[in-house]
Design a protein around this ligand. Structure first.
Ligand code: KIV
Length: 266
């Protein structure tokens, strides 16, 4: 029987100094292949706003869309832990609606949720969620839902003081009950310092090699999304060319009458 990755597995990775992997997925078949490949956490990131829905920022996606993608991804996964990124405004207004919206994702098949940022209110949300039985992944450093208040895509935690501040926030998140924390666009040395001073694992999203895990957007990894490529992303394939090639050949075969063949008809 396949042993599902859960919060205890993730903590064990940190305790044993074993790295783990996180990739995003937004559909059933991609999730199935990532799971088969041994990815430990599959994140339904709100990055889907840009890479799957063509919006400019993550702000435009809502609970309803995240529910649809959560249902699709969780159906494809047997081993990995499935985490849904809670979209902008889905947990910010009040605690009852935060619990309800996050709880819906668990009902649709997620095993945990991710929420961005740090404040007394966010700490209360995390405590209430974990009390309700909903594991929470935190997200600090550059937090895309705060793009407008942060003043753009800016590296966070550059100075000793700024790194101390992120560590302070991370420790509060840890106390409130998160099982892991994404550190996004934090210099490697700051992320190392933060990671070494936390009990829960850190997940690097452009925060260097000393974090306990690495996350990337799968469309960047596959070379599928081509509108922009973050400096920290690594392209392992060229899915854009593959799709273009397949579509062009199909187009030609249809127009020249080569498709369908005698084997492809009833
Ligand atoms: O939305 C997303 O995909 C993310 C990860 C890349 C951390 O938040």
């Amino acid at each position: 029987m396949i042993k599902k990755v859960n919060v205890k597995t993730i903590q064990k990775y940190k305790d044993n100094k074993e790295k783990f992997s996180v990739l995003t997925a937004y559909d059933y078949s991609t999730a199935k292949y990532l799971d088969e490949a041994g990815i430990d956490i599959i994140l339904i990131g709100d990055s889907l706003a840009m890479v799957a829905l063509g919006y400019e920022t993550t702000h435009s996606v809502g609970v309803e869309e995240m529910s649809i993608f959560t249902k699709a991804v969780s159906k494809g996964v047997q081993r990995a832990m499935v985490v849904t990124d809670m979209p902008f405004l889905s947990y910010h207004t009040d605690i009852p609606s935060a619990v309800k919206n996050c709880g819906e994702m668990i009902k649709f098949g997620a095993n945990a949720v991710k929420i961005e940022g740090f404040s007394d209110y966010i700490l209360d949300v995390i405590s209430r969620l974990t009390e309700t039985g909903i594991p929470v992944m935190g997200h600090l450093g550059f937090t895309p839902q705060f793009l407008n208040t942060l003043g753009g895509y800016k590296i966070q935690g550059k100075t000793k003081e700024a790194a101390e501040e992120i560590l302070k926030q991370a420790k509060s998140l840890e106390q409130a009950g998160v099982f892991s924390i994404v550190l996004e666009m934090v210099p490697q040395n700051s992320a190392r310092y933060i990671t070494e001073n936390l009990t829960v694992p850190t997940i690097s999203c452009g925060a260097g090699k000393y974090c306990d895990a690495q996350v990337l957007v799968s469309d960047d990894v596959f070379g599928k999304f081509s509108d922009f490529k973050p400096k920290f992303a690594r392209k392992y394939g060229d899915m854009k060319s593959l799709i273009l090639d397949c579509a062009k050949r199909f187009n030609e075969d249809v127009k020249s009458g080569k498709f369908p063949s005698d084997d492809e008809i009833f």
